[in-house]
Design a protein around this ligand. Structure first.
Ligand SMILES: CC[C@H](C(=O)O)C(=O)SCCNC(=O)CCNC(=O)[C@H](O)C(C)(C)COP(=O)(O)OP(=O)(O)OC[C@H]1O[C@@H](n2cnc3c(N)ncnc32)[C@H](O)[C@@H]1OP(=O)(O)O
Ligand SMILES: [Co+2]
Length: 140
């Protein structure tokens, strides 16, 4: 596997609306996408475009949301994960596991409509890493 483009930085927040206001009014973001729910992943999502990548704002959705514990520990929210593109998600998963890294579950469809996996932060120097298959149209 070769590490690909930084697709997005995931930022957990207790309020997408409040975070949108911060990125728009303080940081000068001009392209902020419409928020949407992703029930299978337990999050509400909003993408904020930057010139070379995206910030993915994620708010808990439902009582089994995977980001609830993170927000308990970080009530203001904070940087939650980084997402790199890969060519083939199944090959990436197999390679991660062969190298001894823990992959959290099976590939699932992520917010960009392509399969994603997560690598446990304990095996990546404390950083939760999302790997996402590059969209067929090349993405943003
Ligand atoms: C897919 C939709 C969208 C997309 O881009 O397409 C998304 O990105 S959704 C993003 C949200 N989904 C996920 O994060 C799924 C994968 N995550 C998990 O399975 C869990 O959140 C997990 C295993 C990373 C953490 O589990 P939990 O929340 O139950 O917390 P633990 O107390 O068990 O954590 C164990 C250990 O890891 C540290 N930790 C937890 N989260 C993070 C983090 N985001 N970054 C760095 N480290 C993290 C936590 O502090 C614990 O450390 P310890 O020293 O043992 O206290
Ligand atoms: Co993400």
């Amino acid at each position: 596997m070769t590490i690909g483009r930084l697709n997005h930085v995931g930022v957990a927040t207790p309020s997408i609306e409040k975070s949108i206001a911060l990125y728009r009014d303080l940081m000068g973001a001009t392209k902020i996408h419409e928020p949407f729910d992703l029930p299978p992943q337990g999050v509400r999502v909003c993408f904020v475009d930057t010139p070379n990548s995206q910030i993915e704002l994620i708010e808990p959705l439902g009582e089994n949301s995977p980001i609830l514990k993170f927000l308990e520990k970080n009530p203001l929210g904070g940087q939650h994960h980084v997402c790199f593109e890969v060519h083939d998600i199944h090959a990436a998963k197999a390679e991660m596991e062969a190298k001894g890294a823990k992959v959290l579950g099976e590939p699932r469809i992520g917010a960009h409509g392509t399969p994603v996996i997560f690598v446990h932060p304990k095996d990546m120097g404390g950083v939760l890493v999302e790997l996402m298959e590059t969209p067929k149209d090349g993405g943003h």
